[in-house]
Design a protein around this ligand. Structure first.
Ligand code: HEM
Ligand SMILES: [Ca+2]
Length: 631
């Protein structure tokens, strides 16, 4: 883009009579050209730049008859309106008025030219107000089911709607698909006694966070796997639920508080304890925030009284405001701890990959796709200890599944839970009445988990190193049933092939089986099961692919795809952009979500100190998602 030096401090006499300008000594075109050869060139370059049609040449010449100052101003203003239109305009320079004044000095009959010059201005004025409208007054809180996030397309991303499809498959239907059990055994299964720790020492605390994120985004309906029962936004739905009934079940309905240490998503009870413990941290953070909001009571906005709020209104305002702030903390941890580790930036680095760069006011909302459901199944990452635990848990589930096959009745989850409790939770029936359980932890009479238990559980996840993720042959054997169901879901929902997915992301197709995994047994199995690289199914392809050499060492395609997904998830969420304001969150709330400037703008050090003081040391808080080095 050419750089143009503009005249500053222009003072324009708008009342100057036209005829004084006509008699200006510079009005002779030839003289101008002779004395100021650059000026004509400038006119003609503006003409080219603006794409002015040749038929207006005469008019351009006529503008040369304007007084020199006006000619210059006219030209630079025209140029500026094109070149600098994304920069703030100093309206005290009266450039707009100058153009109008300059145009008004043209002879009559030049309306076509005047229209030509002023049209971009009119267009700019029209475009000042984006359409369709993206935000309405009074729409500043998240709905319980995710609807209305996009005010234009309110059902996008709502709980209970279909998965989106990112890639349409145009491949011929494979009529010779391999048996999914064999796919698992030959491509996925971690051999007994084998464990390959994560090359960058990523810990199971990161994957506990990842499980919260994936449960926030995916909850396939077993009766109809085209449906996603959760919202397609990172709105902490495992904590707050997917509809008002679920949300109300964990609220005290007073002063915006949640019942002690509650969350909605029951699936998390069957996860290793770190997941529930981490979610309880967010549950407590909600109550910490609600309490703080009421204490500060900015401009009396939460006051109950005759001319203020009713108690029910106060509860709603505090709850919804605290929910937005809690969501802002979650977002901060995703941006500043989680994505940083995924990309491999050093803990001490100030590097910040900002997924919001270029973000505009969101218009379309977000709907997660079935392809991304597979991109996020990081079961291969499960650490050694969690894998051993999982083997015992899955035995219970498999026993119940076999029984269900024999009797034709659905799996008796109540019975599975009872046995799970007997083996892993050890809670009394009274304790179970107090809320969802976490294996090995106990609630006190007040319904809260004992702090020391939560802290120990989280610390244990911090210490447990995860497994490498890609290359194949490293998914815990106990997950066979789950993975086989996943492979079948991909087939039922007509997912694209692995190479079609890569093509969509503008990645070259893999043409040789040696390009998939480094493990010869995996390459051989792929060849036997699929015959050609183009036939490899999406989920198996994603799972066995070679790992990137840095960061989280993700399999290549997964690592690339999650970035597209993350940017879309974040940039399409109105509550992370348009509604993420001090006005909605209060000044204190907004600042809390911005994190601690002394800790690279991360909220996690502050949050853990507020919620579970002492669980991690200062140094550990700098690098939460990497297991400590063995001495
Ligand atoms: C020991 C740890 C884990 C266990 C026991 C586990 C268990 C399960 C089970 C039983 C399912 C089947 C669907 C359901 O009932 O929810 C599932 C699906 C899934 N898992 Fe895991 N998982 C674990 C770790 C992870 C991790 C670390 C991730 C990724 C960060 C992950 C991502 C997923 C995804 C995306 C689905 C599909 C969900 C859906 O479509 O509803 N899981 N997992
Ligand atoms: Ca959600």
């Amino acid at each position: 883009m050419p750089s143009i030096s503009l005249k500053r401090n222009v003072s324009v006499n708008l009342t100057e009579p036209d005829n004084t300008q006509i008699s200006d000594s510079s009005s002779d075109d030839t003289k101008v050209t002779k004395r100021r050869p650059g000026l004509k060139k400038l006119f003609s370059s503006v003409q080219t730049f603006l794409g002015v049609p040749a038929s207006t040449d005469a008019v351009i010449k006529e503008t040369l008859n304007l007084p020199l100052e006006k000619k210059k101003l006219f030209l630079v203003t025209a140029l500026k309106s094109f070149i600098d239109r994304n920069q703030p305009i100093n309206d005290r320079e009266n450039e707009f008025e100058t153009v109008i004044d300059a145009l008004s000095t043209l002879k009559s009959g030049n309306q076509e030219f005047i229209n030509y010059i002023t049209k971009p201005l009119v267009t700019q004025f029209y475009n000042d107000i984006p359409k369709p409208y993206r935000s309405y007054v009074g729409y500043n809180f998240r709905s319980a089911d995710g609807s209305g996030n996009s005010v234009v397309l309110p059902d996008v991303g709502k709980a209970g709607t279909c998965y989106a499809r990112t890639v349409t498959s145009f491949a011929h239907t494979n009529t010779n698909l391999p048996d999914p059990q064999v796919v698992f055994d030959r491509l996925f299964k971690r051999p007994e006694g084998y464990f390959d720790p994560h090359p960058a020492g990523i810990n199971m605390l990161l994957f506990s966070m990842a499980v919260i994120i994936t449960h926030d985004l995916f909850n396939s309906d077993p009766k109809n796997p085209t449906l996603n029962r959760t919202t397609s936004y990172l709105d902490l739905s495992p904590l707050y639920g997917n509809n008002e009934k679920e949300q109300h079940s964990i609220r005290t309905m007073s002063k915006g508080f949640l019942k002690p240490d509650q969350w909605v998503d029951k699936r998390l009870q069957f996860q290793p304890a770190g997941v529930g413990a981490l979610l309880v941290v967010f549950s407590r953070n909600h109550n910490f925030i609600a309490q703080k909001l009421l204490e500060i009571n900015e401009n009396g906005r939460f006051t109950v009284g005759p001319n203020s709020l009713t108690e029910a209104e106060q509860d709603e305002q505090l709850f919804q405001t605290a929910r937005l702030i809690n969501g802002g903390c979650y977002l901060n941890i995703i941006r500043r701890d989680y994505i940083r580790v995924i990309l491999g930036a050093d803990a001490t680095s100030t590097f910040n990959f900002d997924p919001f760069l270029g973000a505009e006011e969101p218009l379309y909302g977000n709907a997660v796709s079935i392809e991304f459901n597979f991109v996020y199944r990081w079961h291969a990452a499960i650490g050694q200890e969690d894998s051993a635990w999982l083997t015992e848990v899955m035995e219970l589930y498999e026993k119940a599944s076999e029984e269900s096959l024999k009797t034709g009745n659905p799996v008796n989850m109540a019975k599975v839970f009872q046995e799970f409790n007997d083996l892993f939770i050890h809670a009394t029936p009274e304790e179970l009445q107090l809320g969802n359980a976490i294996a090995g932890l106990h609630r006190g009479q007040d319904g809260k988990f004992v702090d020391a238990g939560l802290s120990q559980t989280l610390y244990h996840k911090y210490e447990q190193v995860a497994s490498r993720i890609g290359d194949g042959l490293n998914t815990p054997a106990a997950l066979k049933h789950i993975e086989v169901a996943g492979i079948l879901q991909g087939r039922k929902l007509q997912c694209c092939t692995f190479n079609e997915f890569r093509a969509k992301l503008n990645l070259s197709k893999l043409t040789r089986f040696e390009d998939f995994s480094t493990i010869p047994a995996v390459q051989q199995a792929l060849k036997e099961l699929y015959k050609t690289p183009d036939a490899v199914e999406l989920y198996p392809g994603l799972t066995v692919e070679k790992m990137k050499p840095a960061g989280m060492h993700m399999p290549y395609t997964m690592g690339r795809a999650i970035l597209s997904d993350a940017v879309n998830l974040l940039q399409n969420d109105r509550f992370f952009i348009t509604e993420n304001t001090p006005a909605n969150l209060t000044n204190w709330g907004y600042d809390y979500t911005q994190g601690d400037p002394a800790c690279a703008d991360r909220v996690s050090p502050l949050l853990f100190k507020n919620i579970l003081p002492g669980v991690f040391s200062e140094k550990e808080l700098d690098n939460l998602f990497t297991a400590p080095q063995n001495p």
